[in-house]
Design a protein around this ligand. Structure first.
Ligand SMILES: *Cc1c(COP(=O)(O)O)cnc(C)c1O
Length: 372
């Protein structure tokens, strides 16, 4: 409702579809794309993004938690939905009811899932060195015993790489160590006659930097949305991906500012000459980092306009002196392109000293998601 009123997010459908096609083409034969849509589709909008993916034939999704998974099902997304995080046993019934797949965070948890007494689809998480979650990969007997549990339908076996984005000697060695651990477990299971599960270990950077690996699925998040993880990330450009998200907000008010006058809370900006001050309807309550105050800029009329003064909860002020005929109602771009200029999410995030996802996943629900 009231789309494009004050401030909003635009999701570029064609860009997302393009990225899916590129990633599918990049993955080895037989390896399927599992779309990672956790944290509200990395801030893009869980349902908006997933509907486009679904229409484009994506059958595998992963999310962080039960509520995200159920939201997807209720929106009509069929196919596999894997919950990567912990689901409390009090809610195991919902896993069955909504035909969800649950990560088995360790073997004891697997036995609890089995104790529900209803067939539950699962992927076994194994810890190959990151030590965040999963049964330790050397516990082969215990992992193998999960196949004896009568109510578990084991569709997958997976792990997660801790250092796949770094290509220095030590990181490559560590990644190789994790991959070897994973492969050793798989072959030990196969030697015991256990098979028929889909194996996966790569996320975005693992897919890009270790493209020779041949597993059954790759769980792709940040690259699906075309985003650099940080400004040094070359993968999106090298793959030819497109940014899916733009962030826009309208000017609410324009005023002249005389030399010597100050702007905003705490008077942190003082005009060193006469200027045009535009107040834009987006602030830190919409998820923008407050650290952008006096440090960053927006795009307006194809020009770059510095943010002046402190970000407010619901608005921010910019120096719009360079923009001809600027007026209330004009649309500014906070992430995305305007004419020749672009603000990438990764560059904005770097001002706050965080990675791209840390900013995008905080973009608030007050920002409507508009598919264009
Ligand atoms: C978030 C997540 C992903 C997706 O990671 P990207 O680096 O964004 O592709 C994949 N697997 C797991 C287990 C995750 O938690």
């Amino acid at each position: 409702m009231f789309e494009k009123d004050r401030a909003w997010i635009e999701i570029d459908r064609q860009a997302l579809i393009h990225n899916v096609d590129v990633i599918r083409g990049f993955l080895p034969q037989g390896c399927e794309l599992m779309a990672c849509v956790k944290a509200n589709g990395f801030g893009h909008g869980l349902i908006e993004v997933s509907r486009i993916l679904h229409e484009h034939g994506i059958c595998n999704y992963c999310v962080a938690c039960l509520s995200e998974a159920v939201e997807l099902r209720r929106a009509g997304i069929d196919g596999e939905i894997l919950i990567l995080g912990y689901t409390d046993p009090s809610n195991f019934d919902a896993l069955y009811e909504y035909h969800l797949s649950q990560a088995v965070t360790d073997c004891a948890y697997g036995r609890m899932l089995n104790a529900l007494g209803k067939p539950l689809h699962v992927h076994i998480a194994v810890d190959t060195g990151m030590h965040r979650m999963g049964e330790r990969c050397e516990n082969v007997d215990e992992i193998a015993s999960l196949w004896q549990l009568e109510h578990l339908v084991i569709d997958g076996l997976y792990s997660h790489l801790a250092s796949a984005e770094k290509m220095d000697e030590a990181s490559r060695e560590f990644t190789r160590f994790q991959i070897d651990n994973f492969d050793r477990l798989i072959s030990e299971l196969r030697s015991r006659g256990i098979d028929g599960f889909r194996a996966h270990i790569q996320a975005s950077q693992g897919m890009f930097n270790y493209s020779d690996l041949r597993y059954d699925l790759a769980r792709i998040g940040v690259l699906l949305y075309g985003n650099e993880g940080d400004p040094s990330d070359k993968a999106p450009k090298e793959l030819g991906l497109r940014h899916v998200l733009s962030l826009k907000a309208r000017i609410g008010s324009i005023r002249k500012l005389h030399k010597g006058e100050c702007v905003g809370y705490d008077c942190t900006f003082r005009a060193d000459q006469d200027m045009i001050c535009a107040t834009i309807g987006i602030g830190y309550a919409d998820g923008l980092p407050k650290s952008l105050s006096n440090k960053w800029h927006v795009l307006l009329g194809g020009r770059l306009c510095p943010i002046i003064g402190m970000l407010c909860m619901d608005s921010l002020m910019v120096d719009a002196s360079s923009v001809p005929d600027v007026k209330a109602g004009d649309v500014s771009t906070l992430i995305g392109t305007d004419g020749e200029l672009e603000i990438r999410a990764c560059d904005l995030a770097a001002v706050d000293g965080v990675n791209t996802n840390a900013v995008l996943t905080k973009l608030s629900v007050r920002l409507g998601r508009v598919v264009v």
